[in-house]
Design a protein around this ligand. Structure first.
Ligand SMILES: [Zn+2]
Length: 324
């Protein structure tokens, strides 16, 4: 009975959902806000193994997305940002032990200029035997604050140095800080040939997920991995907000959802959750909220785990007008 209930819920509200996680540092107590201990990593990997999750290469999920095929719910892809040395000295052994593939995103300037905390090109070459290496910008800027020219320059520089040193063509790109705007996204799509662009937000991947907007759930410190795996994507067509409001005031939320839905939960950073009514598949909520955080999350969901995540980032420079 419980099983049947689960099936009905799954089919009525969402599609099969895989999860993509992002790690940063390993076994590095100096940086608690980005660290995963080996004990914690092992605990998560044991959980995947015990509960029949399959850790697949990111590309395997991307191929399914490209072909608009259903992605099994027990699939997981693991990514690591920045290519800190601690992945090579501490994390990699655990990935090897479990035979789990990964995609490692390189902050090219840090590796190229041999900043102390980062992997060398040699170490990246060695790591590439067990996983895939992707691009994570040259100078790790907040892309939304750069001009179109600066974004192209940073990315091209990263791309060229990456290929020269690794002899690998990077096929995916992870936004620095996971942050972007619609303009940043179109600049990368129109000028580079990446198979996928990855952000950092709570969500899951199903056949409706866009290749230029792949959500990754950050895993830092001790996490309840069972909860993280419960996240499912809820299908929402967002109209408002699409960008961080220029005067910082969020005036309304406007979105379209399945017509069968009558009630939803709305979340706004610093405001928390509220219940909202849906009429004929339209969510139209007038608001007047001054957004205090430069990175604001607006979510709609049928519950706190079945959500559509809309992250808007404040643009601190005027460089990016009329780029399209
Ligand atoms: Zn980063």
């Amino acid at each position: 009975m419980r099983y049947l209930f689960f099936i009905i819920i799954s089919f009525s509200l969402s599609f099969a959902n895989a999860h993509i996680f992002v790690y940063h540092r390993f076994a590095d107590d100096r940086h608690q806000s980005a660290n995963t201990s080996i004990k914690e990593l092992t605990k998560q990997f044991e959980y995947f193994k015990k509960h029949n999750y399959k850790v697949v290469p990111l590309d395997t999920i991307l191929d399914k997305l490209k072909n608009k095929e259903t992605i099994p719910s027990n699939w997981i892809a693991l990514t690591i940002d920045d290519a800190y040395k601690s992945f090579y000295t501490s994390g990699l052994d655990i990935f090897k032990k479990y035979n789990y593939p990964f995609t490692l995103y390189v902050y090219v300037e840090a590796t190229d200029k041999r900043y102390g905390d980062f992997m060398s090109w040699e170490q990246l070459k060695d790591a590439s035997k067990y996983g895939t290496i992707g691009l994570h910008s040259y100078a790790h800027p907040r892309l939304q604050n750069l001009s179109k020219k600066e974004i192209i320059k940073d990315t091209q520089k990263a791309y060229d140095i990456f290929i020269k040193n690794l002899n690998i063509i990077p096929t995916t790109y992870a936004y620095p800080y996971g942050e972007y705007t619609q303009d940043v996204k179109s600049i990368l799509i129109n000028n580079f040939n990446f198979k996928a662009l990855l952000n950092q937000s709570t969500g899951s991947v199903n056949k409706n997920t866009r290749l230029d907007d792949i959500p990754r759930i950050a895993l830092v410190g001790k996490v309840n991995i069972e909860h993280k795996l419960r996240y499912k994507s809820f299908n929402v067509k967002w109209y408002e907000p699409k960008e961080f409001p220029k005067n910082g005031i969020l005036k309304k939320v406007y979105a379209k959802v399945d017509k069968k839905i009558k009630h939803l939960k709305l979340y706004i950073t610093s405001e928390g959750w509220r219940d909202v009514e849906v009429k004929n598949g339209i969510v139209d909520i007038p608001l007047n909220i001054y957004l205090k955080r430069a990175r604001t999350r607006v979510m709609l969901g049928t519950d706190v785990f079945t959500i559509s995540n809309n992250i808007i980032n404040k643009v601190k420079r005027k460089g990016l007008n009329n780029v399209k």
